[in-house]
Design a protein around this ligand. Structure first.
Ligand SMILES: O=C(O)[C@H]1O[C@H](OP(=O)(O)OP(=O)(O)OC[C@H]2O[C@@H](n3ccc(=O)[nH]c3=O)[C@H](O)[C@@H]2O)[C@H](O)[C@@H](O)[C@H]1O
Length: 430
C-alpha cells in the first residue's frame, strides 16, 4: 500500500532529492487549495441560492420591500406632486391611484389645484399595463404615483414625514366579488391588514389627516328591502369581498372612536366608465362581443334577471370630492384623541337599477355587434340578485346628484375602449 508520502512524491523516485520541507509545504498547499476551493464553492452556492430566493421573493408580490422609493430626489418629487395650487386647497394621499376610481379622483383633484400623491402596488389582479397607462396619464398632469403597498408601514411613515397630508383618499383594495373564492387571502391582505396599517399611520401622523375610503354596495348582501339605506342593518354579506368591506367599516369606526380620526366610508354601486376595470361585466362583455366570443349572463332564482344600480365614474368622482370637502377634521394628535370626530357612511349609487340583459342590449347598440348570449343559473359564488341605492343622505350632506344614465355612460365607455384597444393596438388580455 503506498504511503501518503509516496502519493505526494513524483512517480519516478530518484530523479531528484526529496526535500521533506517542500513536500510538507506542498501537502499543506494542496490541503489549503482544496479547502479554499471548497469554501469558494460553498460561497458560490450560497450566493446563487440567495439570488434565486431574492428573485422569487420579488416575484411573489412582496414588491414593497424591494424599495423603489427614498432619497433626496424622490422626496422632492413627492413634495412637488403634493403642492397645493389654490387657496384653501388640500394635500391628498390617494391610495390605489393607478386603479380605475383612483385615477379619475386624482385627476379631478389635481385639476382644481389640490396637491395629490398617488400610491399603488401595481399588482396583477388584472392587466398591469392598463395601470401603467393610467400612471402615465397622471404623470402628464403632474401627479406622482409611488409604487408601493399599503402594508408597507415604513413607506407610509416616510410619505407622511415628507408631506403633512390633510386628507387620505383610500381606494387601494382587492376588488371583485367572485374572485374571492379563488384567492381569499388577497382580500385579507389588502382590505383588512392593509387598511389597518394605513389607519395606524394616519392615527400617528401629526396632524392627523381626514380619511375617506371605498366601502361597497356589497355590504347590503342578502338584504331584500329596497332601496338600500345607510340605516339598514348590514349583517348578511354574500361574499368574502363584502365581508372584508363590512369589516373595514367596523375597523374604521374603532379608529374614529379611539383616536379621533375623521372617517367617511363610501358604498360604491357597480362603478363603470372609461379606464375601467377589465374584470367587470360591462368591460369583459365588450371585449368578448368585439372578439365574437360568447358572453355568460347569470340569472337569478326562477329565471329572474339580475340587476345592478350601475353608477358612472364622473358621478362617483363628484361624490368622492364632495366627501373630501366636507370631511371635517380629525381631532387626535400624538396618537391620542382630543375630541369627537366625524364618522360618516354614504351610498354613492345611481338610484335606477338596470338588468344585466339590458346592459348587454345597450352595448350591442353602441358596438353595432350582436352578442352571443349564454344564459346560466347564477352560481353560488357571492353574487347578489340586485342592488339599488337610496342616495338621500349623500344628496343632503355632499350635494351628490348623479346625472349620467347607463345609455350615456356606456357610450362614453365604448368610445374610450375603441380608442384605447383598437386604434392604439393595445391588446386586451383574455
Ligand atoms: O358595487 C359593488 O360593491 C361591487 O360592484 C362590482 O361588482 P358587481 O356588481 O358584481 O359587478 P360586475 O362584476 O360587473 O357584475 C355585474 C353584474 O353582471 C353579472 N355578471 C357578471 C359576470 C358575468 O360573466 N356574467 C354576469 O352576468 C353579475 O352577476 C352582476 O349581476 C365590482 O366588481 C365590485 O368590486 C364591487 O365594487
Amino acid at each position: 500500500m503506498p504511503s501518503l508520502q509516496d502519493e505526494l512524491l513524483p512517480s519516478t523516485p530518484g530523479k531528484f532529492k526529496i526535500d521533506h520541507r517542500v513536500s510538507h509545504h506542498r501537502q499543506l498547499h494542496r490541503c489549503f487549495s482544496t479547502s479554499t476551493m471548497f469554501l469558494w464553492a460553498l460561497f458560490l452556492i450560497a450566493l446563487t441560492a440567495s439570488y434565486l430566493s431574492f428573485q422569487s421573493f420579488i416575484n411573489t408580490g412582496n414588491r414593497y420591500f424591494a424599495a423603489s422609493w427614498g432619497g433626496i430626489q424622490w422626496e422632492s418629487q413627492v413634495r412637488s406632486s403634493a403642492q397645493i395650487r389654490r387657496s384653501g386647497g388640500m394635500s391628498v394621499l390617494v391610495t390605489g391611484a393607478a386603479g380605475f376610481v383612483g385615477t379619475h379622483v386624482s385627476l379631478a383633484l389635481k385639476k382644481r389645484g389640490d396637491g395629490v400623491v398617488g400610491l399603488d402596488n401595481f399588482n396583477n389582479y388584472y392587466d398591469p399595463s392598463l395601470k401603467k397607462a393610467r400612471k402615465a396619464l397622471l404623470q402628464n398632469q403632474g401627479v406622482l404615483v409611488v409604487e408601493g403597498d399599503i402594508n408597507d408601514s415604513r413607506l407610509l411613515a416616510k410619505l407622511f414625514d415628507v408631506v403633512h397630508f390633510t386628507h387620505v383618499m383610500h381606494l387601494a383594495a382587492q376588488a371583485g366579488v367572485r374572485y374571492a373564492m379563488e384567492n381569499p387571502n388577497s382580500y385579507v391582505h389588502s382590505n383588512i391588514a392593509g387598511l389597518v396599517t394605513l389607519l395606524e399611520t394616519c392615527k400617528s401622523a401629526d396632524p392627523q389627516p381626514a380619511v375617506v375610503w371605498a366601502s361597497s354596495s356589497s355590504v347590503y348582501g342578502l338584504n331584500e328591502k329596497v332601496p338600500f339605506s345607510e340605516l339598514d342593518v348590514t349583517d348578511q354579506p354574500a361574499s368574502l369581498y363584502a365581508a372584508t368591506k363590512k369589516a373595514g367599516e367596523e375597523i374604521t369606526h374603532t379608529y374614529n372612536h379611539i383616536y379621533g380620526l375623521s372617517i367617511t366610508g363610501l358604498r360604491f354601486f357597480t362603478v363603470y366608465g372609461p379606464w375601467g376595470r377589465p374584470d367587470m361585466a360591462y368591460f369583459s362583455f365588450t371585449r368578448n362581443i368585439l372578439q365574437g366570443k360568447p358572453i355568460t349572463i347569470y340569472r337569478g332564482k326562477e329565471q329572474v334577471d339580475l340587476a345592478r344600480d350601475f353608477t358612472y365614474i364622473d358621478d362617483i368622482v363628484k361624490g368622492c370630492v364632495g366627501s373630501l370637502d366636507t370631511s371635517g377634521k380629525s381631532t387626535g394628535s400624538g396618537g391620542k384623541k382630543k375630541g369627537p370626530a366625524p364618522y360618516r357612511i354614504f351610498n354613492l349609487g345611481n338610484t335606477s337599477p338596470v338588468t344585466v340583459p339590458t346592459l348587454v342590449n345597450i352595448l350591442e347598440g353602441h358596438l353595432q355587434v350582436k352578442a352571443k348570449r349564454k344564459l346560466v343559473d347564477m352560481p353560488g359564488n357571492g353574487d347578489v340578485p340586485f342592488t339599488h341605492a337610496n342616495i338621500s343622505l349623500a344628496r343632503q350632506e355632499l350635494g351628490y346628484k348623479p346625472t349620467t344614465d347607463l345609455q350615456t355612460g356606456l357610450k362614453k365607455f365604448v368610445k374610450w375602449y375603441l380608442s384605447y384597444y383598437v386604434y392604439h393596438q393595445s391588446k386586451p388580455l383574455n
